[in-house]
Design a protein around this ligand. Structure first.
Ligand code: KIV
Ligand code: NA
Length: 266
């Protein structure tokens, strides 16, 4: 299959064709979503609360991200694989962020990186894109700053909308190839989408963006308890696996498994 490249994403915006992005953290998810035709896979630092069992994305390190990125990149045949820069791996200086992005590309085999933040990230986005590293920006609610932002809150409401539009534009001008808009009022996200020439990817940002993204464990129903409002559950993997594990345990306990069909009789 023909590999998805950044010009394809830009062409889809021009043609008004919407597309879906999913996160992936391992080989099977990457294989399946790739086979389904999902054009972009994000190895999100949402691995913090979806793989590693942390409460937030804040503790995730570059050393933790790299094996996940490598697994997804190795498994995807067609999809563009974007690696999240984890909290603390950039933001101190352009040099620091540059070195971290290079590790995600060289060791993780990523096709591009994603980083959170607005105007402050412009010099890093410039440096990375000048060096041939594609950058996906991420504005609106930025989970790595949740302690600063006071929790999961919609961003860009009211007077803050203009600043959000300006931020997105500055990131585009710095060279970003796409921008994630997280938890932004739908009309504001639609306005950003109209103003920008690069694709916008919404999560909790309404239906007016060029693309959408969901965390795969959320969309597939792996999580226990209530999901955020912007998540739509497309499967009940938690229920499926729960049933399977209980059935297996019961079969072992009763002696029903393994039967002769699953044994070597000679
Ligand atoms: O880490 C992540 O999964 C993300 C997406 C939700 C955009 O940053
Ligand atoms: Na992230």
């Amino acid at each position: 299959p023909r590999k998805v490249r950044i010009p394809h994403l830009h062409a889809m915006k021009t043609e008004g064709r919407k597309w879906a992005m999913l996160t992936a953290y391992d080989m099977y998810a990457a294989q399946i979503f790739d086979e389904a035709g999902i054009p972009v896979l994000l190895v999100g630092d949402s691995a913090g609360n979806n793989v590693f069992g942390y409460e937030t994305t804040v503790p995730v390190t570059l050393d933790e991200m790299i094996p996940l990125v490598r697994a997804v990149s190795s498994a995807a045949r067609r999809a563009l694989v974007v690696a999240d820069m984890p909290f603390g791996s950039y933001g101190a200086s352009v040099e620091q962020g540059f070195a971290s992005a290079v590790r995600l590309m060289k060791e993780g085999l990523a096709h591009g990186v994603k980083l959170e933040g607005g105007t402050a990230m412009v010099p890093l986005v410039k440096a990375l894109t000048d060096a041939g590293i594609p950058v996906m920006a991420h504005v609106g609610f930025t989970p790595q700053s949740e302690h600063q932002l006071g929790g999961y809150r919609v961003q860009g409401r009211g007077d803050a909308a203009d600043a959000l539009v300006d931020e997105a534009r500055a990131l585009q001008d710095a060279g970003a190839f796409a921008v994630v808009l997280e938890m932004v009022p739908a009309p504001v996200a639609a306005r950003v989408t109209e103003v920008l020439s690069i694709p916008t990817i919404g999560i909790g940002a309404g239906n007016g963006t060029d693309a959408q993204v969901l965390v795969w464990s959320d969309f597939a129903g792996l999580r226990s308890g209530k999901a955020p409002r912007f998540v739509k559950k497309y499967a009940d993997l938690r229920g499926t696996l729960l049933g399977a594990a209980r059935a297996y345990a019961a079969d072992v306990e009763s002696g029903a498994f393994p039967d002769t069909e699953h044994s070597f009789e000679s």
